[in-house]
Design a protein. Structure first.
Length: 174
C-alpha cells in the first residue's frame, strides 16, 4: 500500500506538472528544471533514509513521507508561480522516497520467509500495475479535469494510504 500509493501520487503529479506548466505559459526549460528538482528529491534522500528508518522505524518514516507528499500537493494548489512548482515537485519526490523506502523496509521485516516472498511479489505487482495505470491515464485525467483535480485526487489517495497504514496492526518489528 505504501509503495503503490507513493508511486501513484508521484507519477500522477510528476507527469501532469509539465502539462500544467505549459498551460500556465511556462517554457520547456522551466518544466525541465522542475523535473530535475523532482528527481533530486526522489533520490538524494536515500543517503539518509536508511539511517532515519533505523532510528525512528519504517512506519513513521513512511507516514512522514505520506504527509510530505500531501503538504507538497496542498502547496501546489495555492498558485501557479514557478517556485511553487519547484518546491511542490521537490516535496513530492522526497515524500515518495520516504514512502517507498519505508514500505520496502516493512516488507523485509516480515519474519515468515514464505509470507515475505509472497508479500514482496504482491507489492511489486501492485506497485508497477499502479505505475502503469497512472502513466497511461494522467494525460487524459489532466485534459478532462485539470491541474487542481490532479492534486485533489492525489490528496485523497494519500489520505487513504495514511489512514490504512496508521490503522494497520503493528508487528514487533516496526
Amino acid at each position: 500500500m505504501l509503495c503503490a500509493g507513493g508511486y501513484a501520487v508521484m507519477m500522477f503529479v510528476m507527469l501532469a506538472s509539465p502539462l500544467a506548466m505549459s498551460h500556465c505559459g511556462y517554457n520547456p526549460a522551466d518544466a525541465a528544471s522542475v523535473i530535475q528538482w523532482h528527481l533530486l528529491g526522489m533520490f538524494a534522500p536515500s543517503l539518509v533514509t536508511g539511517k532515519a528508518i533505523a532510528r525512528y522505524g519504517a512506519r513513521p518514516v513512511a507516514l512522514v513521507g505520506c504527509g510530505l507528499q500531501a503538504l507538497a500537493c496542498a502547496l501546489a494548489l495555492t498558485g501557479e508561480a514557478l517556485w511553487l512548482f519547484h518546491i511542490a515537485l521537490l516535496g513530492v519526490g522526497v515524500g515518495w522516497n520516504l514512502m517507498y523506502m519505508g514500505g520496502s523496509t516493512l516488507l523485509s521485516l516480515v519474519e515468515d520467509e514464505g509470507l515475505r516472498g509472497r508479500l514482496q511479489a504482491a507489492n511489486e505487482f501492485t506497485t508497477y500495475a499502479v505505475m502503469t495505470l497512472t502513466a497511461g491515464t494522467t494525460g487524459w485525467f489532466y485534459f478532462h479535469w485539470g491541474w487542481p483535480w490532479v492534486l485533489a485526487f492525489s490528496l485523497v489517495v494519500l489520505a487513504l494510504v495514511a489512514v490504512t497504514v496508521a490503522r494497520a496492526p503493528r508487528s514487533g518489528v516496526d
